[in-house]
Design a protein around this ligand. Structure first.
Ligand SMILES: CC(C)(COP(=O)(O)OP(=O)(O)OC[C@H]1O[C@@H](n2cnc3c(N)ncnc32)[C@H](O)[C@@H]1OP(=O)(O)O)[C@@H](O)C(=O)NCCC(=O)NCCS
Length: 310
């Protein structure tokens, strides 16, 4: 079974309500029909008309938003205005327990969706950081877990420090287990250096993050710093990182910053022909972002993944 089929099966087994703030966008409307017909989720299409149809609910959402953000200087008037925006309305719907998760991004940019998610839904208990996992399925099954790898962070944190990078590594290993069924996450902390072959402050950050992650998750198989080839290719690992429990057999790749992560997944996708699929991790309830070039099928799959996370 492919990863997406496994995710769809998980979504079907326990149908969740997923808010779709881009409720009058044609691909989203079509996706909602398919989701309902296939029993993958209960989509909630949010439009300016659906918001106006229930003024009491809007009022209670505006009051919630004001309560959440007044310490940050949000006024009651601004809260009322923002709550009527479909994106904030959707986030508030999830916050109030009227939906289990949210998907958007067919129209909005990543930042337009992430900022309200961070402000309203916030991080899950015990999590300091929201980040993302890219689920990557390669045709060459000798890599990762039978061709499946998880990359992070390719979406959210432009310039993580060592502690944040360690958090990303641990959160990604948890997502790999929960969503992808990877029972033995093997985490490579990537750099342009392998085990001291180069010295630079950027390399020091990756080394420090590896140590912090070991402290956070003592049972996790994690090693670094290492180059991509040392992480994936046993012959290179034997030369550059002898004795490493991860090198040559990594199934999770942690990139040192957003530039390398975002470029890395796009190279895998475009030159390597891999199927790539992103989910956010660390939020109190699942919210996921689409690419603005997404197809109807991409929306269906992302909603299914959001249901599976919920
Ligand atoms: C995530 C992102 C939207 C945050 O935007 P920002 O301008 O830094 O927003 P702010 O600093 O105002 O943060 C908003 C809130 O979220 C919190 N926050 C920001 N990043 C966070 C993170 N990764 N995890 C948890 N909370 C975070 C802030 O602490 C702040 O909380 P507060 O308002 O309650 O104090 C921004 O980092 C971003 O645009 N990232 C890149 C996204 C992108 O374009 N990706 C492209 C690849 S597809």
């Amino acid at each position: 079974m492919s990863l997406i089929d496994a995710i769809r099966a998980k979504a079907k087994a326990d149908v969740k309500r997923i808010a779709l703030p881009e409720g009058d966008e044609p691909r989203t409307i079509k996706a909602a029909e398919i989701l309902r017909a296939e029993g993958l989720a209960e989509p909630v299409l949010i439009t300016p008309e659906s918001i106006a149809a229930d003024p009491q609910r809007l009022e209670s959402y505006a009051a919630k938003l004001y309560e959440l953000r007044k310490a940050k200087g949000l006024t009651e008037e601004a809260a009322a205005r923002l709550a009527a925006d479909p994106m904030y309305y959707g986030m508030l719907m999830v916050k109030m327990g009227d939906a289990d998760g949210l998907v958007s991004g067919a129209v909005h940019s990543t930042g337009d969706m992430l900022r309200p998610a961070l402000q309203v839904i916030k991080t899950a208990p015990g999590m300091k950081l929201v980040s993302s996992s890219f689920l990557v399925e390669c045709a060459n099954r000798s890599f990762g877990e039978n061709g499946l790898l998880v990359y992070a962070d390719c979406v959210v944190n432009p310039c993580p420090n060592a502690e944040e990078l360690a958090n990303i590594a641990v959160a990604t290993s948890e997502t790999a287990g929960k969503l992808c069924g990877i029972t033995e996450p093997r985490v490579a902390m990537l750099s342009f250096s392998t085990k001291g072959s180069a010295s630079h402050e950027l390399v020091d950050k990756v080394r420090e993050a590896t140590e912090i992650a070991r402290g956070l998750a003592p049972d996790l198989l994690i090693d670094g710093e290492m180059q991509l080839d040392a992480a994936l290719v046993p012959e290179v690992a034997a030369l550059k990182a002898k004795g490493s429990p991860v090198a040559g057999r990594a199934n999770i790749l942690i990139f040192p910053d957003l530039q390398s992560g975002n470029i890395g997944y796009k190279i895998t996708q475009r030159l390597g022909g891999a199927d790539c699929f992103a989910v956010l991790q660390g939020l109190a309830s699942p919210c996921n972002d689409l690419s603005r070039g997404c197809s109807v099928e991409d929306i269906v799959n992302t909603v299914a993944a959001t249901s599976a996370q919920a």
